[in-house]
Design a protein. Sequence first.
Length: 135
Amino acid sequence: AAGLVGHQVLARTDQGHLAEGGTMNGAVNLSAGASGVTVEITDQTGQLVRRLELGGRGSGLTQWQWDGMNSEGELAAPGNYRVSTIVSRGNQVENAQTLVGATIESVTLGRNGQGLTLNIAGEGSLRLSEVDRIL
């Protein structure tokens, strides 16, 4: 468990943390190709901060990175943001499972049958079962 500390993970969550002057990354795992993939980043009040148009993508893992800039080209405030992914396939539009990147700061060992808890930089904690990939 201690070997996980310092590693980056892709977690099945809609919350991400933007450090001061930093970036945020993540991915979406597409079961089939899409004519369009859009990542929307909103602040804690639900206001759209940035929309990342990724264009058409094939099936599999599609990674993205947010440079921390808002739609006006200014640095967004550090803090937590909600991330959602919208996938278009022809005339159909659907939300897709978003994976958000995070760095493991420490690990808490579960007791009484509870699993590992990963303590994430700036975001709180995640259960190991919420992690899709360890990078």
